[in-house]
Design a protein. Structure first.
Length: 74
């Protein structure tokens, strides 16, 4: 049996501007539920290849994995 404790805190300043929140939410939902083998492949269906590379670089993680393998940092 495993026990998990999760503590959530609201950030002082959001990472995404409020005017972009809905669009970012749609983008994240698509990337994590597109039924593709990797996040990179999911994004390649809706973004130009160069932009997918830019997203990967900005995120600082490889997107050549399923969504469940992407590390989340504080």
């Amino acid at each position: 049996m495993a026990v998990v404790l999760l503590r959530l805190r609201r950030r002082e300043a959001p990472l995404v501007a409020s005017r972009d929140a809905a669009l970012f939410g749609d983008f994240a939902a698509y990337a994590f539920s597109a039924w593709q083998p990797t996040v990179r492949e999911a994004l390649a269906r809706i973004l130009p290849r160069r932009l997918v590379v830019d997203v990967e670089r900005a995120a600082g993680v490889s997107l050549a994995c399923p969504p469940s393998d992407i590390p989340f940092t504080a």
